[in-house]
Ligand binder design. Structure first.
Ligand code: LCS
Length: 402
């Protein structure tokens, strides 16, 4: 079925599915490393690109193709490339699009390793980078240099929840002759379509909302044009960070319910965020659906929902946050996010521990920031769990920082 002109939910369920001779309703797992040629000439033709067909799973596999076609359609890209992990996707994009002497401007509060890879490793190969709060476009404009080739934005960012105006960032990048790459993991394709807003590349850790069941690690990159898609795919093939067919099958399975899961989790988060904000133990809450969020209006404009990621800090700072994390029972104390289960974590000592403290603080990732990925459980149970953990902190008034 041609799903390109169908609605988002229809694409989620049907896009990319490969028909097979037995009438399988979903794309089967082609768990094979290689594909036999009819004869030597066919092998030579496939390698020369004179004939279609599969060669070798690092180069292409039908199960992975099905997922790639689905996500490319969801975000209106020319094509998508699936990787072994979100970091596999990010490293492939950096290596495909950057060369020695190039400069990158990026969001200061990106996922820690995305920044670590750039500052600690791409720098060894002569790539320069500047990290700024891209939610203020003047910072982005000021950071652009003559050799800026890439603007790399994470919006909403992990875990500061900073939102960047993607259409404006695309204009600034393009005027400077640079490409705009967006890490769309926190929004998911259901809530934000960066390519429609002017970005050249959108990427995801599919470990999060796209797979949604905390049972697979993976990544995917969607490119707007054929030229960019080919460049990224060629780098992936040579780098070898490809997604395995079984992994692709699992992700395709999870993806079908993306909209249902994201909407249900957001329904909960829309209740949890104001509940936390009103709680006497809580110093501040960052949730893009709250009017108190500095980019709430922008998020409303460029996204179709607010999602389910909440950052907050207790009046008792890190010490109080630790008490809550140690006493939740329903919420899992674990990194990762975007699954059906509620998870709680502490970025400063976990996902962003590799960042210099001064950079971390400048990016709004305070020592006491606690991150909550709200799941699809019953709201009453999520709130009761948080309430009993917050009770362990003791009365707010007795706290030195309250
Ligand atoms: N981009 C974002 C926004 C992420 O949050 C992550 C992982 C990645 C990329 C990398 O993806 P991966 O290789 O792990 O599939 N974020 C994590 C987090 O916040 N906790 O654990 C992993």
């Amino acid at each position: 079925m041609d799903t390109r002109n169908k609605g988002f939910n229809t694409k989620l369920v049907h896009a990319g599915i490969k028909d097979d001779a037995l009438g399988s309703v979903v794309t089967p797992i082609y768990q094979t490393s290689t594909f036999a040629f009819r004869d030597a000439q066919q092998g030579a033709n496939r390698f020369a690109g004179k004939e279609g067909g599969y060669i070798y799973t690092r180069i292409g596999n039908p199960t992975t193709d099905a997922l790639e076609e689905n996500v490319a359609q969801l975000e209106n890209g020319f094509g998508a490339t699936a990787m072994a992990s979100g970091m596999g996707a990010i490293s492939t994009v950096y290596l495909a699009l950057l060369s020695s002497g190039d400069h990158v401007v990026s969001t200061d509060s990106v996922y820690g390793p995305s920044r670590g890879l750039m500052e600690k490793h791409m720098s060894r190969f002569g790539v320069e980078s500047t990290y700024v709060d891209t939610s203020d476009l003047d910072n982005l404009r000021r950071a652009i240099r003559a050799n800026t080739k890439l603007v790399y934005v994470e919006s909403p960012s992990n875990p500061a929840m900073a939102v960047t105006d993607l259409a404006a960032a695309a204009e600034i990048a393009h005027a400077a002759g640079a490409l705009l790459v967006v890490d769309n993991t926190f929004a998911s394709p259901h809530l934000q379509k960066p390519l429609d807003l002017g970005a050249d590349v959108s990427l995801h850790s599919v470990t999060k909302f796209i797979n949604g069941h905390a049972d697979v690690v993976g990544g995917i990159v969607v490119a707007k044009t054929e030229a960019l898609h080919k460049k990224i795919r060629a780098m992936l093939i040579i780098l070898g960070a490809n997604m395995d067919p079984h992994q692709s099958y699992m992700v395709s399975r999870g993806l079908k319910t993306l909209a249902l899961r994201v909407e249900r989790a957001e329904e909960n988060a829309r209740q949890v965020a104001p509940w936390l904000e009103a709680h006497p133990q809580v110093a501040w809450v960052r949730y893009i659906g709250l009017p108190s969020h500095p980019q709430h209006e922008l998020a409303k404009r460029q996204m179709t929902g607010f999602g389910s990621m909440i950052s907050f800090e207790l009046k008792g700072g890190l010490e109080a946050g630790r008490i809550v994390m140690d006493n939740v029972h329903l919420a899992g104390l674990a990194v990762s996010l975007g699954g059906v289960e509620t998870l709680i974590s502490h970025p400063a000592s976990m996902t962003h521990a590799g960042m210099a403290r001064a950079d971390r603080l400048a990016a709004g990732i305070t020592d006491g920031l606690v991150r909550l990925s709200v799941g699809i459980e019953d709201l009453a149970d999520i709130l009761a769990d948080l309430e009993q953990a917050l009770e362990r902190v003791g009365p707010a008034a007795a706290n030195p920082r309250s």
